[in-house]
Design a protein around this ligand. Structure first.
Ligand code: NAG
Ligand code: NAG
Length: 528
């Protein structure tokens, strides 16, 4: 009798264990890129100049390998190869961005480029023919230079210009594109750009520009979302979100929990609370601190611009899902005298009195800004769920950069494996509604200040070859296998050279491992 019970509970446990390695039905996998980083063809036909074009032409000395993105992956010509690469991985979707200046050469919607429209039509139709869902990001940092000359994201009119651009893109492609990201990573666009002044438009103004940008991005996103809601939703039934770069903050020791929470509200809440919370507006604690510290610095009003009641209403609820870009985490403690001011990324808002620390034990791929901490992904999803409810969460980026151009990228395989494992914990243990995962990035591309030295690709790209040949790495094979089985795969070294034999073996290993754990658990619970 007892033996029967033991065996049946063992089987049950094994079933649960295997179930927990499965992605739920309907879970979607994809990969992402952005226009400036892959397209090249910066000056073909009537394409206008973007701030990225201007920056890399004027400042090659600031790029690690003095390179520019005038050709990049040449995706403007090689879009068929890109579609093939996505198809070879068996992905459900491909997330790419439209270049504002390719569609609207002047930045304004009075002129639309025929060639630009053709390019994206070809890409979208080519993907759909292969049964791959296109997901479009409207803005991935390549602002028209002309709009920058008018103040760019610090000018409140940017919200109207963005809305007009969005209107054109929805009108052109909305019949075929059902999932949208309005703006990619405002934390990088506003905080990183204006706090450091290192990326285009190379303006360092952490006191003011950062917060003007924060507010105007939120208004621009909301206007685009409301426009879609009014004008397109009833016929196209698409879903829209802004893609927030979320960072998880763990307290350095339990007594720094208040500091960690302040860091979360400042870095994540500042961009999420106005949209996703019931009451809207800035997180109270951030509003209050910013007012206090602005006063201390002699400003008559808060540097974090207030929302009017109408703006609060406009922004609140302007979402259909929550797009999460997750790469890294930080430890937090109270700042000590002499600490370098540290708000993600690097400098800025030193008045919050926080110090961010990168745990030296987190692997980093040789650069120092995005060390890997997989548990942070589960923690931030739980935090968002607790703050804003069990939204429809979608991982719109996750990926690993290193300076290794080889194909045996087992460190990247490990990174994806560990993060996917946390996604499964979020789904099965925390009951968070996570519906998709996007690998950054489909292929090596122009990685901003690092040029072509820092690589994130599932595919290796040979930038010395005029054909810009794409070759799948071990991580590409790992992702393809995961997508095919819809199950968390245990990474196996050298799987891409001896795939058949190894595939079978790794599955057996998983099953045996699961069974072993089950038996151990049962023996432990029954006898001890
Ligand atoms: C476009 O830029 C390339 C350099 O990337 C240059 O060789 C070419 O002449 C330019 N074409 C036009 C039409 O300006
Ligand atoms: C998760 O979100 C999707 C998309 O909105 C929805 O269709 C599904 O019903 C949700 N699932 C749960 C368990 O809430």
């Amino acid at each position: 009798m007892y033996i029967v019970f033991l065996i049946s509970s063992g089987v049950l446990h094994a079933v649960v264990c295997l179930h927990n390695r499965k992605f739920p039905p309907g879970f979607q996998f994809g990969a992402a890129t952005s226009a400036y980083q892959i397209e090249g063809a910066w000056n073909v036909s009537d394409k206008g100049e973007s701030i990225c074009d201007r920056f890399s032409r004027d400042h090659p000395e600031l790029i690690t390998d003095k390179s520019n993105a005038e050709v990049a992956c040449d995706s403007y010509r090689k879009w068929r190869v890109d579609i093939q690469a996505v198809q070879d991985l068996g992905l459900d979707f491909y997330r790419f961005s439209t270049a504002w200046t390719r569609l609207l050469p002047t930045g304004f919607s009075n002129e639309i480029s025929k060639d630009g429209v053709n390019y994206y039509n070809n890409l979208i139709n080519g993907l759909l023919e292969k049964n791959i869902k296109p997901i479009i990001t409207l803005y991935h940092w390549d602002l028209p230079q002309r709009l920058q000359d008018l103040g760019g994201w610090t000018n409140p009119l940017i919200a109207d210009w963005f809305e007009q651009y969005a209107d054109v893109v929805f009108r052109l492609f909305g019949d075929r594109v059902k999932m949208w990201v309005t703006i990619n990573e405002p934390l990088l666009m506003c905080d990183f750009n204006y706090n450091t002044g290192t990326l285009a438009p190379r303006i360092k103004d952490p006191d003011t520009a950062t917060y003007l940008c924060t507010k105007h991005v939120l208004i621009a996103h909301a206007k685009a979302w409301r426009l879609y809601d009014r004008k397109y939703r009833h016929k196209y039934h698409g879903i829209l979100s802004i893609a927030n770069h979320v960072v998880w903050f763990d307290p350095l020791t339990p007594k720094h929990e208040d500091e960690a929470e302040l860091a979360r509200e400042y870095t994540v809440g500042r961009y999420a609370h106005p949209i996703y919370s019931k009451e809207g507006g800035w997180p109270k604690v951030i509003e209050q601190k910013m007012t206090e510290y602005s006063k201390k610095k002699g400003f008559p009003t808060s540097r974090l611009p207030a929302f009017t009641p109408e703006e609060i209403k406009l922004v609140r609820g302007s979402y259909d899902y929550f797009a999460i870009n997750y790469y890294t985490s930080r430890l937090v403690r109270k700042a000590l005298p002499g600490d370098e001011a540290a708000v993600f990324f690097d400098t800025g808002a030193p008045e919050l009195g926080l110090t961010f620390i990168k745990d030296p034990n987190w692997p980093s791929g040789g650069h120092n800004f995005i060390p890997s901490y997989p548990k942070g992904l589960r923690s931030i999803i739980s935090w968002l769920k607790q703050k804003y409810g069990n939204l429809h969460f979608f991982i719109s980026e996750n990926g690993y950069g290193n300076f290794d151009s080889g194909l045996d990228d087992y460190d990247r395989v490990e990174y994806f494996h560990q993060h996917l494992e946390q996604v499964l914990h979020s789904i099965h243990d925390d009951h968070a509604n996570v519906t998709g995962f996007t690998a950054w990035t489909l292929m090596d591309n122009y990685e901003w200040l690092s040029g072509y030295t820092l690589r994130f690709g599932l595919y290796h790209v040979d930038f010395t070859n005029p054909e810009r040949k794409r070759t799948p790495r071990a991580s590409a094979h790992y992702i393809a296998k995961t997508v095919k089985k819809r199950t968390l795969e245990t990474p196996v070294k050298k799987q891409h050279t001896q795939s058949q034999a190894q595939n079978g073996k790794s599955k057996t290993n998983v099953n045996l491992f699961c069974l072993l754990i089950s038996v151990t658990v049962i023996v432990c619970t029954k006898y001890f």
